[in-house]
Design a protein around this ligand. Sequence first.
Ligand code: PA5
Length: 479
Amino acid sequence: MASSETAQPAIAPLRYDPSGVMIEKTGLSPSDLEALAPQLEAARSEVLADLELWHSGKEVPAEKEPLDAGFTDLPDRLLKAYEEEGDESELGQIIAAAKRISSKVDRVVSLGIGGSYMGARALMEACCHPYYNELSRKARGGHPRIYFEGNNVDNDATQGLFDLLGREGTADSVEDQWGIVVISKSGGTLETAVAFRQFLSLLWQSCGRDGDCVAELVVPVTGEGGKLHQLVTELGCPDTFFIPDGVGGRFSIFTAVGLLPAALMGIDIVKLLQGARFMNQLFQTKSPGENPVLDYVGVCHAMEKKHGADIRLLSTWGKGLEAAGMWYDQLLSESLGKEEQGAMPLTVVNTRDLHSRGQQHQEGKRDKLITNVIVEQWKRDRLAVGHSDYNQDQLNDLAAKTLPEIMTAAIQGTNTAYHEDGRPTADLIMPILDEATMGQYFQMMMLATVVEGRLIDINPYGQPGVEAYKKHMKSNLSS
Ligand code: PA5
């Protein structure tokens, strides 16, 4: 691939604006944040030193284990390899596999849980048509419909999806054929493994028990040597992607875990990585005060320590960011919710949740920091309320107002109401909901999480607490 295709394009930057936190008594002052700058810079240096240590292959000191710092410069490395090696590179191969599968099937079941699922779903909601799976194949640009399963053990949901999938000898018709992307780093997660067995059994039927057909329609993304790797080797799947060592599950969106499903949906994964690489540049070069990662961490940390704001609301405005918020819920919870520390993340979708959670955010306990996620530019033309001969709803006065104008009035009105009651807010401003923006968002939040971990002396990698439930579930199943 020619280098000009991946050279860093002009990217509209995602911006972090903490001015709504600077309110009297219950908020922060600029000097609070200035005082934190040396600690933030030290935490950044530690994150960059972690990356160097990880690359060096030297022994990792016990207190740093596990050290999954490999995500940090992954976008830069993938893009560089794509420029140098083109189709032979990891990115080139992901794009080729997505093209191959798209040409053969109209539905893909993507199996995975936690970090092996949430990022791809976030990308679908943010970057695809809001009703993507309902569109015709043509309107989807020839890309398959995507269904996320293997993220639960829900009897009815599993069989509900079975109902949509062809069973008998459908392999000859693209419209009727379907495939599986199975994603599990460990290769042993029960929810995903059970779902894979069940959907694979259905795929055998659909392929008329032709082993070559099955192997071609299953694309695994896994760690080397695990049970899933062994199984798909036996199946003979031609495209198997490996999740590199040193990239943890919830940090794996820029591996095939996130990139393959994204490419299958027609998302431009090169632009996505360019957005992430751009965030890396900001993170490494900008000082506190103009560094979105360090500023976000500084405000969150200071609000928690000074005002006990240990609930972090990601208040998304619009419908495209709910799953991106849930991706962050997992990232923060599993990374910093350790040793009785770590703030509690909560995603809300407004204006919807103003009618459910809004009351509590306005008048409940003063334990929340609200970060608004605001998209500046909508993708479609502005839709007006419209005039009607039936004005019983009395909306004709608003006939010329558009949905974006109503949204802006809601955002401003809500935040004015919060500030009047001394409830601090910050804004994360996204220029437009596209690949370059989402790349910046994911990388910003991953970097912020590890920086905060180093700041509060919590290892952001690993999730030892998740093992406890698994142990009991296993013993319940064997009794
Ligand atoms: O962040 C993590 O590591 C976890 O959330 C994992 O992604 C999740 O448990 C799924 O694990 P696996 O990919 O091994 O099936």
